[in-house]
Design a protein around this ligand. Structure first.
Ligand code: SF4
Length: 92
């Protein structure tokens, strides 16, 4: 259903005929770590995440897995080669 609380006009799975069914009855605003993420959207009620209703919970145990602004960092980390493995490869 379409949200009628803090993200008015946004389609949401937590919205029901009885109102918002999410913990506390509405979404929570973004946290500092969210700044730069493409899911951050401004609504008349404040800044919210369009992917998850409680951003602070997403960051509680490490990086948010929905974050778009961390992909570059992850990609660079994956491109690094292990020098020990690379040297072994050269001996074959
Ligand atoms: S996807 Fe994660 S990092 Fe991005 S706004 Fe939502 S909670 Fe914050």
């Amino acid at each position: 259903m379409v949200c009628a609380t803090v993200k008015k006009g946004q389609e949401c799975t937590f919205m029901s005929k009885k109102g918002c069914t999410f913990n506390g009855g509405s979404c929570y605003q973004i946290v500092d770590q969210c700044k730069g993420c493409n899911h951050v959207t401004e609504f008349s009620s404040g800044w919210y995440c369009t992917a998850y209703p409680d951003p602070s919970a997403k960051w509680r145990n490490g990086n948010c897995n929905f974050a778009t602004h961390l992909k570059q960092e992850t990609k660079n980390r994956n491109n690094k080669t292990n020098p020990l493995k690379a040297s072994k490869r050269n001996f074959r």
